[in-house]
Design a protein around this ligand. Structure first.
Ligand code: GTP
Ligand code: SPV
Ligand code: MN
Length: 580
């Protein structure tokens, strides 16, 4: 075994003592280790084999019915000063946080194996990559971390060389909500998560490290950790431009990241660099560059079909872990919106009866290595990342917000991001369909005070000479009859083309109080069979509706107090003046 840095050895020993783990397994990341874990979970029933003829290497995990999504009310940021965490986070003093967490961790791994999971977020040879070690008692978490991150010996080697890593201690615990805590100690580069085995609560490399801890590091060091997909759009001339887009959970990032150009777009190609998280840093050339810290996808199953996301469906036909999906009689995974087959058992393993709730849980997911995606981009492995031409914000907005509009300048773009609101989804526990403010799609994920975060965003104007243009889109606008006005999915490429043309100073736009809107006909609807009135409605501005919207955003921003940058207030005043 290679030499391991003392700091890591000490922490592993200390954790084993606290949790009273029966044994310690240092994960190497080998294929054999993954297969051994799968066998172990098949034996203890935590994984079920899916149909190995149609879906080789695919398994189903059914989580506890009380542990199916992120639990935001049990997620804390523990900093010395409460104002560092800000009103956007639940806060606890670090000493309080450690005391509560340690009490829960005490003896929680008795009789169980403790896995030590070294991982690297970002390409191993990237100067922007950061490492972490997750200690967990969940083989399911280890298997997911293997698919989602660069996990094992190579990461451990890097940690040994650098001596720097994020410490993440996780235990599934007893899954009782009153014993569940997801704690972040950004000042100590530490995460403590207990009482949940689910996704963002338990796969600590993802939301806990790559967003909450990393966003805090980004503030100290001059970069940004964002809830963004990264997609490359190649035109028929073979030129590729990159877009980073932030939409709240379950609002279309994975789908946009791997869209397939529609029939009408011969010669266009789309390349997937990332589907959930982007780390953005200023490049030497004055542009903003992005890496995807992850190496796999933890994607939403429901709604994924041959029609909406054929790339995803293709990559899910092998070597995938499904969580909380339903199953057909012949053991194939199934979810609402997949195809016309029928489910035999629901996500809890009960015989499926139509009309008694969905067969797959609305937040059922797939975990798969990124290179299985047909649109996988080799740039995912580029240590420098890719240059970003446009930043796009969006959310689920049934009314008011147009299909697409562009910001007037960088500060207005930051305000546009800070103003994102979206209907809640099943990705977190709580009611769905409630409109809530979700600045930059980071409400659940920013590891520090939003007021400082917006100031940090604004500061890039003086750091980058060639910042990306900023846009806002809305795929979810509904007509009076409740149907979506925009076809979405692959057809979203029509909107991205306008976005990229604008970024290159080509496409036409009309100035308005809220920003720049596509000129009539600038976004082609040829072959869409869309009503002309629908497109007009999608691009219209309801002045009174916007006055109300701006006033709600203002009230929300003011909850962050005096430290909200004045520049955002000025941009708001300008919009109100322009609305007349
Ligand atoms: P997280 O993994 O939770 O961060 O979600 P995400 O932002 O990656 O969302 P995803 O792409 O998985 O889409 C979530 C849901 O929205 C799925 O059920 C999709 O089918 C649906 N969806 C995605 N894009 C579109 C679109 O353009 N139009 C419509 N109507 N629905 C969409
Ligand atoms: C999200 O909720 O934004 C997700 C799923 O991507 S989770 O990993 O659970 O955070
Ligand atoms: Mn997400």
């Amino acid at each position: 075994m290679m030499k391991i840095c003392q700091k890591l050895k000490d922490w592993v020993e200390e954790s084993a003592r606290l949790t009273k783990a029966a044994s310690v397994h240092w994960c190497t990341g080998s294929e054999q280790e993954y297969q051994d874990l799968i066998r172990l979970m098949l034996a203890d029933g935590s994984l079920l084999e899916l149909n190995q003829t149609t879906h080789p290497g695919c398994y189903l995990h059914r989580s506890d019915p009380n542990d199916v999504a992120r639990t935001e009310h049990l997620t804390f940021v523990c900093t010395e000063k409460q104002e560092s965490a800000g009103p956007n986070n639940n806060w606890m003093h670090p000493s309080d946080g450690h005391q509560k967490a340690d009490a829960l961790f005490s003896g929680c791994m008795q009789g169980r194996t403790m896995y030590v999971v070294p991982y690297c977020m970002g390409p191993l040879d990237s100067p922007y990559a950061r490492c972490g070690v997750e200690i967990t008692d969940s083989p399911y978490v280890v298997a997911n971390m293997k698919l989602m991150t660069r996990m094992g010996d190579a990461a451990l080697e890097k940690i040994t060389e650098d001596g720097v890593f994020v410490k993440g201690l996780h235990s599934t615990g007893d899954l009782k909500e009153e014993h569940r805590l997801i704690m972040h100690f950004p000042e100590e580069l530490m995460i403590n998560s207990i009482g949940s085995g689910y996704g963002g609560n338990a796969l600590l490399g993802k939301k806990c490290h790559a967003l909450r801890i990393a966003s805090y590091q980004g503030l100290q060091e001059g970069w940004l950790a964002e809830h963004m997909l990264i997609v490359g759009i190649e035109n028929p001339e073979g030129e590729v431009r990159y877009i980073a887009a932030a939409f709240p959970s379950q609002c279309g990032k994975t789908n946009l990241a791997m869209l397939i150009p529609p029939e009408s777009h011969k010669g266009w190609k789309v390349w997937t660099v990332g589907d959930d998280i982007a780390w953005l840093h200023p490049g030497k050339d004055g542009r903003l560059w992005a890496i995807n810290p992850e190496a796999g996808f933890f994607g939403v199953a429901p709604g994924t079909s041959r029609k909406t996301n054929p790339n995803a469906l293709n990559m899910l036909s092998r070597d995938t872990i499904f969580t909380n999906v339903a199953m057909t009689a012949d053991g194939q995974p199934w979810w609402e919106g997949k195809d016309d087959e029928v489910p035999a058992v629901d996500w809890q393993g009960r015989p499926y009866t139509p009309g008694q709730g969905p067969a797959a849980h609305p937040n059922s997911r797939f975990t798969v290595a990124a290179h299985q995606c047909p649109s996988w981009s080799r740039e995912m492995e580029n240590p420098e990342g890719v240059p970003i031409s446009a930043i796009v914000f969006g959310g689920r907005r049934p009314s008011l917000i147009p299909l697409v509009y562009e910001s007037k300048n960088w500060a207005h773009g930051v305000l546009m991001g800070a103003s994102v609101a979206s209907e809640t989804t099943a990705a977190a526990t709580g009611k769905v369909g409630i409109l809530r403010h979700d600045p930059m799609a980071m409400k659940p994920f920013c590891g520090y005070n939003f007021a400082d975060y917006w100031r940090h965003w604004l500061s890039f104007e003086s750091v980058c000479s060639e910042l990306p243009r900023v846009f806002h889109v809305n795929w979810f606008r509904q007509g009076a009859d409740g149907r979506y006005l925009w076809p979405g999915f692959g057809e979203n490429l029509r909107v991205l083309r306008w976005v990229l043309d604008r970024a290159e100073g080509r496409a036409e736009a009309c100035r308005s109080a809220i920003g720049l809107l596509p000129a009539e006909g600038a976004i082609s609807t040829d072959g869409l069979n869309m009503r002309k009135e629908d497109m007009q409605e999608l691009c219209a501005i309801d002045k009174q509706g916007w006055r109300d919207e701006i006033s709600k955003v203002r009230t929300y921003l003011e909850t962050f107090g005096v430290s909200v940058p004045d520049r955002l207030r000025e941009e708001q005043d300008q919009m109100i003046d322009d609305l007349g």
